[in-house]
Design a binder for this molecule. Sequence first.
Ligand SMILES: Nc1ncnc2c1ncn2[C@@H]1O[C@H](COP(=O)(O)OP(=O)(O)O)[C@@H](O)[C@H]1O
Ligand SMILES: [Mg+2]
Length: 384
Amino acid sequence: MARILVREETLDPSFLPAKLVRREHELDVTYRRYRDALTKGLPFHLLLTGGVGSGKTALARRLGADLERIGRVGGFPLRVTYINCWRRASDRTVMLDLLRSVQVSLPDRGYSLSEMLDVFEQGLRRNPQHLVVLLDEASALVRQETKLVYLLTRSHEVHLGSISLILIAVEDLFPYLDPASRSSFGVTHRLSLAPYDRDAITDILASRAEAALRPGSFDRDVLEQIARIAAPNGDARFALELLGGAAHAAEEAGAEAIGSEHVRRAKGSLLPTVSETQLEALSTNQLGVLLALSRTLTRRGATVPSQKLRAGHTALLEELRAPPMSRTTFWRTLKELERDGLVVLETSGAGSGESSQVAMDELPASYLTTLLEERLGRGRAGKA
Ligand SMILES: Nc1ncnc2c1ncn2[C@@H]1O[C@H](COP(=O)(O)OP(=O)(O)O)[C@@H](O)[C@H]1O
Ligand SMILES: [Mg+2]
């Protein structure tokens, strides 16, 4: 069996890619802001928001790693510490992690926040540094009226270096900050990442596939198919999961390369989206068009030109000894399937809709074919 996932670890969510395609601008701007402030001995704070999988964690960690590479600024070493606050949604538990980052360990009880802060400053006094603190998944922490954010944004004693913060969350945390902290997060201190669009996801997949998969084991069509599935949520994480899943499915099938059927299989196992009840609700016309589509897709590729599909459908009706369907009814049926989220129609540039590409990413086409053949068979048996 040919290996496809030659460097599978590079698809792991914890892996930090060296290059963040499509976020070069955001990375560049924030990098300069931090570098310029820190060179002047000043802290800089940032509120980083964006939807799930929009690359917040990757951007913040990439920024941190790039900043650390500067080494020393103004006589102090520049250090970055990353804390995921999801499970540590209290000031004290986050503070314990921060203490560890300045090489102080305290038992997890008996100390008040201000005592801990004193110990933290002692730690900094012993090892003066510019510290950039990344507080990821900070919603719960900030929503429960953290004092830590305020204390950290204020404690910049110049002779100890500086403490800079990056607060990372899905939602805008500004409204939850106390008025005193808000002044540290003015408009130039907020960065909101737009969801990735389909092209961006395709580019991200291409760069990550290049690192993780054997050359020749994937092509642009498959990456575009995955991007089409993930684009509605702009979620790069889901796209990468699908890529990994499809690569596994291809390996298991003993295939040399990932095909569109492997993508559908991966999607089906990640999100079983089409239920049998949904199929129950389809009309005979819809079932027929869908069956023609899934049969064609089993044989070839991720999408099929609508003309080809219509030809396949006409042949299917003959096979079923059903009356032919008019062009208009065929189109109306396709549109209905699109509205129900079962197919995607892509009209290429100029011309009428009749030169569309038709895609179905919901289920493995082979599986759908079996389901539909069963249902159509039953329908005919019922009528006979
Ligand atoms: N621009 C990008 N280039 C390459 N990989 C990316 C990019 N943006 C996100 N990723 C990858 O997508 C996944 C989700 O990104 P992540 O930063 O965890 O999203 P968020 O924290 O916003 O939920 C991670 O595996 C990350 O490495
Ligand atoms: Mg994240």
